[in-house]
Design a protein around this ligand. Structure first.
Ligand SMILES: Cc1cc2nc3c(=O)[nH]c(=O)nc-3n(C[C@H](O)[C@H](O)[C@H](O)COP(=O)(O)OP(=O)(O)OC[C@H]3O[C@@H](n4cnc5c(N)ncnc54)[C@H](O)[C@@H]3O)c2cc1C
Length: 427
């Protein structure tokens, strides 16, 4: 029996779920995938299109993890500027990585078009407004770094930013026109449906409980069945459990909290994000916001690490709404929800080779709508025999974080510290 999904806006307003049932009995496959979020569903789709026999196992329902709870912002790039990525990874891999992370909009919106996925997709750009003079410099440097590589980005001055956002809270920033947003639960269900049509078999209510070698095959066992396969792809991100010892210790899960207002009347809402942008600001504990297809304002930010976050924890996002859009001060929130964002120590998403025929992709550091979709395809490439050096990202062994419990405590203490730094730095 699946755990109930949190009462996210997306779960409540999504396109219909796919038909799927729990795994029963022992079945053969070429590849078994664990986790039905963007990573697992994109991998299942790519493998099935190549003619592989695919089984996808999900402990709950499709999109139950971060993918059905995200802000749905499709944002190219990582925490690092293109210049920094090239300096870190060298003249061969660096530029290929920059191209890859810059292409996630094409990847996501291309799949949506190709498979006619109905998910309120809007490719109208993303704004990164700066809340302090220091962060404005960093934002403009990042914009310049992309612009020099021919990306469709531009700096945005203070008054234009105020017009595009409908608030004069920010000092300016930049716009990335390769970006956009999707209804994420509809998108992940759409990927799952496309994978099924291509021949993948998806099982919900099917937690993978053990992963063992059986001769030349891997066996993944669930409460009522097992899959024997040549290749295993782990796509469990911030919800990674003990299935493969040590993998959960390669990421630090942090909570992100979102709330959505009731639909805002056309008259009151017409000046808020009038051109349909998504936005996330330069705060260390960023505020991210957008409108949904029904005119609701959604606002997200970091939250304390608890699974049972609820309405009483909405003060942080309520404060953000009040600061940006005081006219909505008394507008009720209709939905609030939270989920795990998987952070890595090096701030780079990880593609891991764990053993022969055993791969994992995780740690998107809050940029997973695009990156997880892309990494799903890379997992499929690796499982299909594409050499690791042909993947435009490092394929590494698993490196659990040293002193993990301590790291988790430090990461959570950093949230409080960053909050204070943001308050001090704001103009
Ligand atoms: C609140 C929030 C807001 C976010 N906003 C954005 C945003 O606006 N833009 C952006 O780019 N990124 C955003 N992110 C990050 C993004 O959502 C994630 O990086 C992305 O969804 C990860 O996808 P995934 O498929 O790798 O993992 P998930 O979607 O988390 O899927 C993992 C799945 O694995 C399943 N699972 C775990 N263990 C097992 C097991 N043993 N057996 C079977 N199944 C198992 C879980 O049930 C889960 O469904 C946000 C994240 C959160 C939480």
């Amino acid at each position: 029996m699946s755990q109930p999904n949190c009462s996210s806006l997306w779960a409540s307003t999504a396109a219909p779920d796919i038909e799927a049932s729990a795994l029963q009995g022992t079945v053969p496959a070429d590849v078994v995938i664990v986790g039905a979020g963007f990573t697992g569903c994109a991998a299942a789709l790519a493998m099935a299109q190549r003619g592989a026999r695919v089984r996808l196992l999900e402990a709950n329902v499709v999109g139950w993890g971060a993918s059905g709870r995200t802000g749905g912002q499709v944002i190219p790039g990582l925490k690092f500027d293109p210049d920094e990525i090239e300096a870190m990874f060298g003249p061969d891999l660096g530029p290929r990585m920059v191209n890859a992370v810059g292409s996630v909009g094409d990847e996501v919106f291309g799949l949506i078009e190709q498979h006619a996925i109905s998910c309120d997709a809007q490719r109208k750009g993303w704004l990164q407004p700066a809340f302090s003079t220091r962060s404005l410099d960093l934002a403009l440097r990042r914009c310049d770094s992309w612009q020099r590589r021919g990306a469709d980005v531009a700096p945005v001055g203070r008054s234009e930013m105020a017009r595009l956002l409908g608030t004069d809270h920010y000092l300016g920033g930049w716009e990335d026109r390769r970006a956009g947003h999707v209804q994420p639960m509809s998108y992940v269900r759409g990927l799952a449906g496309a994978a099924q049509r291509a021949g993948a078999v998806i099982h919900i209510d099917s937690p993978a409980l053990s992963l063992t070698r059986q001769g030349a095959k891997w066996r993944v066992s669930t409460p009522q069945g097992a899959v024997d396969a040549d290749q295993v792809l782990l796509a469990t991100n911030g919800y990674t459990d003990g299935l493969w010892p040590g993998l959960a210790r390669t990421v630090v899960p942090m909570m992100s909290f979102q709330a959505a207002t009731i639909p805002i009347s056309e008259d009151l809402g017409k000046s808020i994000l009038p051109e349909g942008h998504a936005a996330s600001d330069t705060r260390r504990l960023l505020w991210y916001f957008r409108r949904d297809a029904h005119g609701r304002l959604t606002m997200g930010g970091r939250a304390p690490y608890r699974e049972d976050l609820g309405a009483a924890d909405a003060d942080y996002v309520r404060n953000a709404v009040n600061r940006l859009y005081p006219q909505f001060k008394n507008t009720p929130f209709e939905f609030h929800w939270a989920g795990r964002v998987a952070m890595t120590q090096d701030h780079i998403p990880h593609l891991n080779r764990l053993d022969n025929g055993l791969w994992a992709a995780l740690g998107y550091n809050g940029r997973g709508v695009g990156m997880a979709t892309l990494f799903g395809r890379y997992l499929a490439d690796l499982a299909s025999g594409v050499p690791a050096q042909d993947i435009p990202f490092p394929v590494t062994s698993m490196r659990p974080i040293q002193g993990y419990p301590f790291t988790r405590l430090v990461a959570r203490a950093l949230v409080s510290y960053y909050r204070i730094r943001d308050q001090l730095e704001a103009v």
